[in-house]
Design a protein around this ligand. Sequence first.
Ligand code: 44T
Length: 808
Amino acid sequence: LASDSLVSRSLESAQQCLFNQDYGTAFVHYLLVLNLAPVLKDFASESFRFTLFKWADELDSLGRIQDLFDCYEQALELFPSDEVIINSMGEHLFRMGFRDEAAGHFHKALKLKPDYPEAKENFYRVANWLVERWHFLMLNDRRRNHKYQQAIQKAVEGGCNTVLDIGTGTGILGMCAKKAGAAEVYACELSKTMYELACEVVTANGMNGRIKILHMKSLEMEVPKDIPKRVSLVVTETVDAGLFGEGIIESLIHAWNHLLLPPQDPSRPPSQAGRVIPAGATVFGMAVQCLEIRRHHRLCVSEVGGLTTAAAGELHSPVSCSSEDDSTEPYTTERLSRLPGGYTPLTEPFNALDIDFNNVQELEGLCSREVSRVRLPVTGEGLLDALAVWFQLHLDQQSSLSTGPKEDTCWEQAIYPIQTPHNFPLRPGDELIVEISCRDAYLRLCSVAVARDGREFQLCSALACLGTEQSSGPRDYTMLECAEMALLNNQPYHDSFRRALAKLITNLKDARSIQGPSKGQGLEVMPLTDPPSGPMDPGPDPFYVLDVSEGFSVLSLMAASQGQVKAYSSVEKTQHQAVLRRLAMANGVPEEALEFWLNQVEDEQAVLQRPSREKLWSAIILDCVETCGLVRQKLMEKATLARCLLEDGGQIFPERIVLYGMLVESDTLLLESAVQGQEPTLGFNIAPFINQFTVPVHVFLDLSTLQCRHLSDSVELFILDLMNTNANYTNRDVMVNASGRVTAVPFWYQIHLNEEISVSTFNQDSHWKQAAVVLHQPLAVREGDWVRLAVTLQKSSISISATVYIYK
Ligand code: 44T
């Protein structure tokens, strides 16, 4: 048959091309073969995948993104349930910043093959984007669930017969309405994953077809296209810690104008009127002093690692009320009660805003409302670091939920950090003047001035706060991420690096002088009073130092300031490079001593290559732990590569990382990781569905304030030796020193720069948070028991499992 010979010839060509590393052509041949002769799929799947991945890598590095995804689409048409291909496509998506889509692929791969390790690890890293962790907290918050249910039930019994749940999540509020007897229930959800989850949950609870779930944003809904007629009740909990961040104002204005019956008035029976649960909200604010917030949002040090920071210019975190920049957000969120180091209230809580969700005129007027000024008596002494904001959500006339810092709820508070560089200590008797406004449907709070002894001291210009035309002059500040700011403020960290670098350079100088006259000889006899060597004399060979830290880092500059060093920085952003240049100048570091690595190499993968010609690196600084508390992906692979590029006597920083951990009983961690308990949630079966998105490792923890009982001392768990290939498995037996239930193993790292100098990632000055493995099942232990922790390192990712040995 003609097609048979075509198949065999193409197969041969494919194999030949593969052999010649012509992956593009090989891929086309394979596509043809497998489309014509699907029976060969089993036989050729392995080489086909290999070809696909090779070709995809090439396309990726050529920037041919569309072609890359076309190849994957074609591959998936042939192998629609191939978990390896799906996982690999997820990795490409992830690298290109399509996190949700990537996460969806990892999830799908895992569903196809539940213990496929690569997909599992990938999935765990991104599950948080698919289903955010607060879903667990909210579903575990019984009081909140109960109050919503009561309010909905009352409304439905009072005549609200048709209901729309905006932002249904798992479907819980919609199901409450149905259960309360509503005739028609609709729900909408914009996240694809949550929408699919809601469908599963509703079906599992026997309400399939009785609640209509739409995968869309409420703003896109229309009557009668999406729902047949206007409803009498909207229920929603689309509120974030700052109340308006999920767009509730816009959603409700749209709902009142397009989806709800007109509001209640005496002429209409309740069933003919529209209303909203929650009925409204009261927003509170309070000024606080808090070092933890300060060091994440402002430069607090004038010197770091031997460098003066005065020339850095104004540095801002991306959280600011005064900026007209799109990349900033007006607030961040924290649980005040869990801030390491605590906080000091500087004022009493004040009422910042009252809003009626049942009054569309009020909602519409919110953004055009005049800026209101409040004068707050200062009641405490300290530096003004932030305004904290929370709210009461009035579900109806009777019942409300509070997200306040003193409340025992799942809620965080919104934090509006103060960005002004100069400190202004407040004291009782002062009055703080705060401006409250609403812009882009975000609540804006800005402390503008302090009144003291009849005079006013400006804190931030009112014009800047409003972001009006007049104020938007040239941008004269540089933005650093919060973690970058905290890192820059971390003096012990930089001092450790400075000492370790100085020691290395001294050792290398000694070694060179012993080696005898090479090019570096003149150094030791060079009189200090001499001017720097002229252009004719290039001076002694410099020591090459490469800093491959992610984000903003001054380590390269610190290295350069040692003298006789040529340092390469990996700082990418132009603005950040400019800060380093200014700092170099101000600290007397010659221009040519600091270079930007990524400006020189086109190809990112070439980052770890030699400085030039035959030179080798004297030191390579690796960024080994992410802010979230996990070892950086591919760290050990990078270390292996870096080792090969070191000169004799050269060093990798750090040379070793030691993992520490302890056994704890923490209900808080359980509540954040899965819907707890055997009982159904408000009588609904939700847990098994959302718990598919449970991940074993929790990140961004503040271990110092985590509510937990310690059931053991902290113990060394694992050594990652960056100078040697590692063992990747150990068992550690840990003695239990208090009876209880081990629910988690928090962990952190001691980062050893050399034999003497180390820094800890569990430290009050640190920009790092900690992580914890939450056990699949709590482990009941008694004092004196031993728990065996199996620690594995797979592809630079650490996992821990626990079993109990009862010795007593
Ligand atoms: N988290 C607070 C926010 N949605 C609460 O896709 C408190 C954060 C929080 N769907 C720690 C603790 C807490 N149309 O699934 C989401 C979202 C969806 C919409 C359709 C719309 N217009 C919207 C707007 C949002 O609604 C769901 C809930 S949103 C906010 C939940 C526990 N960290």
